[in-house]
Ligand binder design. Structure first.
Ligand code: OKP
Ligand code: ZN
Length: 343
């Protein structure tokens, strides 16, 4: 399969992250994508191509316009007040706030960002747009007849909602691609999120929609980021009733436990009979991941790819998390090779 990769991902280059009450070396770093790319090439997965430009229309089909324009101008507004240091909020709105617009970038950041893991830098907007274009280019290839494509997106996207960002994510690459499939004629699209963390942004975007099934296997939110969402009783609402499936698992889950959840996920996806499948491909389920607590091993990832292939519809793989960087390439590419090797 083809890999879509943009060199512009390096523009999102956070040096330190506030984690466990301390500033530590950042986990979501440019080297992650470079190592996945190196393994794509080493393994001979297929051609690596650049992204096309799609403009903002497919982004605005998923995200709130005021939010998108905030992100676009956030660095310039911040720099005018604070200089060229990473942009963080200095406050978050309490419940029942009136949400009246302010003229201060630190307060506007608090309106839109949910945590301290996603600073805006000078190059953030360009990196984020390139990642979206990678996902959309993969979707376009599939619409042209490819059975699979790998959008090597960075920064990741699945924690970004209609009008908020966080968790290293700014715009929701997978959700934008899923909506693009719908707008280009797919009747039903499924999103399977196998990142260790719940795909809260994706769930939220499609929560009241019956045309997009969202399924996520993830660390139980009572233990794990994003904490306030991702519970099993969240099934969708309105026209989206029963088109959201959450499969939370406890810390320490190994492949036998995880694979049983994948059984349920795939059963639901098959029953939905989608025209297209988007896989939010995080490999932070790996046993050595520094911020996660599942116990999957290198060889498990090829099994996952083979099992995803059994759905029998075109699949767009979109890179999400994975922070054990010496293993990220092998683990991600094992999923893709497992998919391709399936009969
Ligand atoms: C992004 B993706 C936990 C801190 C978590 C944010 C994690 C974002 C993960 N103590 N910080 O889903 O891999
Ligand atoms: Zn994750």
């Amino acid at each position: 399969m083809k890999t879509i990769f943009s060199a512009e991902h390096v523009l999102q280059d956070v040096k330190s992250e506030f984690y466990g009450g301390k500033w530590v070396d950042a986990f979501e770093i440019p080297r992650r994508a470079e190592l996945v790319l190196a393994e794509v090439k080493r393994a001979g997965l297929g051609p690596v191509i650049a992204q096309d430009s799609f403009g903002l229309a497919p982004v605005l089909a998923v995200h709130d316009a005021a939010f998108v324009h905030f992100l676009e101008g956030a660095w310039e507004a911040w720099k005018a007040e604070a200089g060229t240091i990473p942009a963080y909020p200095n406050i978050w709105p309490p419940r029942r706030s009136r949400m009246i617009p302010t003229v201060r970038p630190g307060a506007e950041l608090g309106r839109y960002v949910v945590d301290m893991s996603s600073p805006i830098l000078e190059g953030t907007w360009n990196a984020v747009r390139a990642a979206v274009d990678c996902a959309l280019t993969g979707a376009k290839l599939i619409n042209q007849g490819e059975t699979a494509a790998f959008a090597l997106c960075r920064p990741p996207g699945h924690h970004a909602g209609r009008d908020y960002f966080g968790g290293y994510c700014f715009l929701n690459n997978a959700a934008i691609a899923a909506q693009y499939f719908r707008d280009q004629g797919a009747s039903r699209v499924a999103v399977l999120d196998i990142d260790y963390h719940h795909g809260n942004g994706t769930q939220d975007i499609f929560y009241d929609r019956g045309d997009v099934l969202t399924v996520s296997i993830h660390g139980d939110p009572v233990q794990e980021y994003p904490y306030y969402i991702g519970f099993a009783d969240e099934i969708g609402e309105g026209a989206g009733q029963r088109t959201n499936l959450n499969l939370p698992l406890p810390w320490g889950s190994d492949y036998s436990v995880w694979n049983a959840a994948l059984d349920q996920a795939l059963e639901r996806i098959r029953a939905f009979a989608p025209d297209r499948l988007v896989v939010s491909l995080g490999v932070d389920t790996f046993k050595d991941d520094p911020i996660s607590h599942f116990r999957l091993k290198e060889q498990d990832y090829a099994q996952i790819g083979a099992r995803i292939a059994t759905v029998g519809v075109p699949v767009l793989f979109v890179m999400e998390g994975g922070y054990a960087i010496e293993a990220i390439g092998v683990n991600a590419v094992n999923v893709l090779r497992g998919f391709e090797a399936a009969p």
